[in-house]
Design a binder for this molecule. Structure first.
Ligand SMILES: [Zn+2]
Length: 241
């Protein structure tokens, strides 16, 4: 299984061969542009197009026993493709692009708020990021700093490093509870700014190519979740008056 989205987040369609059908109906392909739920970002939805034009609607995408196993979950009542059948995969691009913008916004928030991250969830309308911090922060100030990073239109690129390189630079990992997977070869770094001038951290999600694509966002709410935990909500659009 080749995870095409790791190398090109903008690939909205791809041709692929069916390599397996699970007992639960999940479809396995030799390669896929469908992102599988991981790291707080939900998996892709969309459809598979058969040679005769018929559609198989895909309701979700998840990982199996390893991150390398990607399972496409058909919606109820869909036809089952044959092993070896060639399909054209189409992701719901509008939804994915919003998720890419939101996911990238979470990275920018971790730059503005440089505290350990204890949890994150990316959604189409809003996202939340939990930080291990006890300080009180003004949300308008955070929004202004976020928009500065968006408007500066920093490029976003990826770089692959070895586990040994990561061990030599433990400061790269911002997430307190989630560690990059081990024993599966190289780790992908997501770099923001020329020469990672803004940020770099290990991440397997999908991101936009430059920060201006995130568009206008604001911090909707900062909730206190315990003495040392703050939950930030990022929303699209301008902050309400
Ligand atoms: Zn990411």
């Amino acid at each position: 299984m080749s995870a095409l989205f790791l190398h090109d987040a903008y690939l909205s369609t791809a041709e692929a061969l069916v390599t397996g059908i699970r007992e639960d109906g999940g479809i396995l392909m030799d390669q896929t542009c469908f992102y599988a739920t991981s790291g707080g970002q939900p998996g892709d939805t969309g459809f598979f197009e058969r040679e005769n034009g018929d559609k198989i609607v895909i309701a979700g995408t998840v990982t199996g026993n390893t991150k390398a196993e990607i399972i496409h979950i058909p919606a109820p009542g869909q036809a089952t493709p044959e092993i070896g059948e060639k399909l054209v995969l189409h992701i719901d691009w509008d939804r994915r692009y919003r998720l890419m913008r939101m996911h990238t916004a979470c990275h920018l928030l971790s730059v503005v708020c440089p505290y350990p991250i204890t949890g994150a969830s990316v959604n189409e309308e809003d996202s939340r990021v939990d930080f291990d911090m006890s300080e009180t922060i003004d949300k308008a100030e955070v929004t202004a700093k976020l928009m500065e990073l968006v408007n500066a239109n920093h490029p976003i690129s990826t770089e692959w490093i070895s586990e040994a390189d990561l061990d030599a630079n433990p400061g790269l990992v911002k997430s307190k509870n989630v560690r990059p997977p081990r024993g599966q070869g190289d780790i992908r770094l997501v770099c923001i700014g020329e020469g990672s001038s803004v940020d770099s951290q290990p991440c397997g999600g999908t991101h936009v190519g430059e920060t201006a694509e995130v568009g206008e966002i604001h911090i909707g709410k900062i909730e206190k979740k315990g003495k040392e935990n703050r939950r930030f909500r990022i929303r699209f659009g301008p902050a309400p008056e």
